[in-house]
Write a protein that binds this ligand. Structure first.
Ligand SMILES: NC(=O)C1=CN([C@@H]2O[C@H](COP(=O)(O)OP(=O)(O)OC[C@H]3O[C@@H](n4cnc5c(N)ncnc54)[C@H](O)[C@@H]3O)[C@@H](O)[C@H]2O)C=CC1
Ligand SMILES: CC(C)CC(=O)C(=O)O
Ligand SMILES: [Mg+2]
Length: 352
């Protein structure tokens, strides 16, 4: 079991430390951890946010456990040197096109959701976000127009192949869950979305047991708050998925709870190569204070054991320990409690 560990910036190192302690407590046979620099810290040390050495370390492993990247001190840098490029670059260079972001209501947190408890209780959904395309990867630039005004552009584009590929991931996920798939787009306005919708409908013919529906993204954002229980699997593009998953996190209580797996086609001995990270960023406002909630990262480690190493039992042990920790009222500041990052890690380990 070779695991690359890239903590990154801000609270990245704090939450990764707790995930590593949880993995240690499982005494996984033959686990080897290889460290690597990404983000602002890599820029400071190597002059680039994603050194080639880091990419090679990832390639020599079965999985990457990733914290977060980004630092306000780098906001002045040219875009290609910004820390955030490290995570985009890794996802692209490692061919990780499918980003799975589950959002499930934990018992005992209903009153802490941004929604009414009886509505929050129904949340059990999976966002399948395409991760290698869309405006994040399209042609982009700025220029000064003839009238003297500066303008900027980011091209949104998707090929049919890219949509079909993520659609298959989402239909398969729906088959393994409640058999419902909602494809989210903006097909009333965007050409990319019309193509997206057509390609998803084409792929649907191969999955007659999955009930497919389509929703415009503005409505989806509203429905996520009004009636989240209607969603099982949601498939969408890079930008919409990024935004909707942050929104979903507050529906279950906090962004500090949502884990993710980024997968491609490369296989490992017992699963699929993947990168695992919390959906949140580096939280500069609380970094260095021991106040970050490590649960999203701990749950990402559980997803890693499941998807890259085929260790379902260990994944479930972590998930149960997290659920028990939350049910017992061990809450960090993001959930209105006072437990520190380390205390939450300790509580999960105690319950393993
Ligand atoms: N995958 C990645 O590496 C990502 C990096 N970023 C970067 O992170 C930096 C900060 O971005 P923001 O927009 O502020 O988003 P953010 O997710 O870092 O923080 C948003 C808010 O949520 C809180 N928060 C986030 N994670 C938390 C946790 N585990 N426990 C408790 N509270 C938590 C923060 O304190 C903040 O108030 C930027 O440089 C951004 O580009 C943002 C999102 C993802
Ligand atoms: C750097 C960002 C694109 C990362 C992000 O917000 C995300 O993947 O959720
Ligand atoms: Mg995001």
């Amino acid at each position: 079991m070779r695991i690359a560990v890239f903590p990154g910036d801000g609270i990245g190192a704090e939450v990764i430390a707790e995930a590593l302690r949880v993995l240690d407590a499982l005494r996984l046979p033959g686990a080897v951890y290889l460290a690597g620099d990404v983000g602002a810290i890599a820029y400071q040390r190597h002059g680039h946010p994603l050194p080639q050495e880091t990419v090679e370390t990832a390639r020599n492993c079965d999985a990457v456990l990733f914290g977060a990247v980004g630092d306000p001190s780098c906001d002045h840098l040219e875009r290609h040197l910004r820390p955030e490029q490290a995570v985009l670059g890794l996802r692209a260079q490692l061919g990780l096109f499918a980003n799975l972001r589950p959002a499930t209501m934990f018992a005992g947190l209903e009153d802490l959701s941004a929604l009414k408890p009886e509505i929050a209780r129904q949340i059990d959904l999976l966002i399948v976000r395409e991760l290698n395309g869309d405006v994040y990867f399209g042609d982009k630039g700025t220029r000064t127009r003839d009238d003297g005004q500066r303008e900027g552009w980011d091209m949104m584009s998707y090929s049919e192949g890219e949509v079909r590929r993520i659609a298959h991931t989402a239909f398969l996920a729906a088959q393994g869950r409640k058999g419902r798939l909602t494809s989210v787009d903006k097909a009333n306005v965007l050409e990319t979305s019309q193509l997206w919708r057509d390609a998803v409908i084409e792929v649907a013919a191969e999955y007659p047991d999955v009930a497919l529906d389509h929703m415009y993204v503005d409505n989806a954002a509203m429905q996520l708050v009004r009636n989240p229980g209607q969603f099982d699997v949601v498939v969408t593009g890079n930008l919409f998925g990024d935004i909707l998953s942050d929104q979903a996190s507050m529906c279950v209580g906090s962004i500090g709870l949502l884990a993710s797996a980024s997968l491609g086609e490369q296989k490992t001995a017992h699963g699929t190569f993947g990168l695992y990270e919390p959906i949140h960023g580096t939280a500069p406002d609380i970094a260095g204070q021991g106040r970050a909630n490590p649960i999203a990262t701990i749950l990402s480690a559980a997803m890693m054991l499941r998807h890259s190493f085929g260790r379902e039992n260990d994944a479930m042990r972590i998930e149960s320990a997290v659920a028990q920790t939350l049910a017992d009222g061990v809450h960090g500041g993001d959930l209105g409690g006072s437990a520190s990052t380390k205390e939450i890690g300790d509580a999960v380990i105690d319950r393993l």
